[in-house]
Design a protein around this ligand. Sequence first.
Ligand code: NAP
Length: 262
Amino acid sequence: MANNPSVLITGASTGIGAAYAERFANRGHDLVLVARDIARMEALKSRLQQETGVTIDIIQADLTKAEELAKVETRLRDDARIGILVNNAGTAIGGSFVEQNTDDMTRLVAINTTALMRLASAVAPRFAKAGEGAIVNVGSVVGLVPEFGMTVYGATKAFVLFLSQGLSLELAPKGVYVQAVLPATTRTEIWGHVGADVNTLSNVMEVGDLVDAALVGFDRREAVTIPPLSDDAQWEALQAARQAMIPNYQNALPAQRYRTDA
Ligand code: NAP
């Protein structure tokens, strides 16, 4: 793998993915941009090539469609120059669970979880064999907060966090870095897709600030980066509480409160 590896970024036509593209181009990385909107990616490509001189390829793919997703998987498997995967493409849908359309939910799960997992699976064996590489998975704080009521979206993001933590445990000893990035409200078009006007929301992070913070975590090789969380001791306490329960799952008998024989 090259010293300054190529970076494949999904959802690179706008928002957080486009900001990642700009930042990695500024760092001198060649890029592979993936999304559906070819015109936007072409515009980003010509601007970034002009500003930075890096080489940029584009793969137009709807990641909810198996045959289009397969093009990206093949590229990740075969192109040894790609040393960083930014699994960012994702969307959200508005409404409560009972209001949402089942097919929309299924597409949401396909892009936010299935595509992300398949792309990680396409590249992880090559990275593990090489003993280097990085996978960045963009989750959301919503995956930690069922109280927000974005139930299916949050469930997909809980999947992203768990997958990232599990992959980090498996791959870090092999030299592969896995980062979960958990943004909160960030100024992108995603809010329009759920029928919200981002200008009416409070505490909105600018997309450049979000990605710059995520890259500070990336450079520190943090497993989980939560840019809006001021007190990282809170995250550490949550992990400690979770880990403290692990030995307590190992019981042959149900807990006393569930016993019917007492
Ligand atoms: P965005 O502005 O709507 O951008 C989403 C990107 O994903 C676009 O480039 C879009 O490109 C691509 N995409 C969507 N559906 C796709 C599909 N079926 N196939 C291929 N590409 C697809 O949203 P964003 O806010 O930047 O979101 C990026 C990630 O951040 C998502 O995973 C999101 O869940 C997460 N996030 C965002 C926020 C926030 O407040 N903005 C907060 C937490 C987490 P095309 O339309 O061109 O395909």
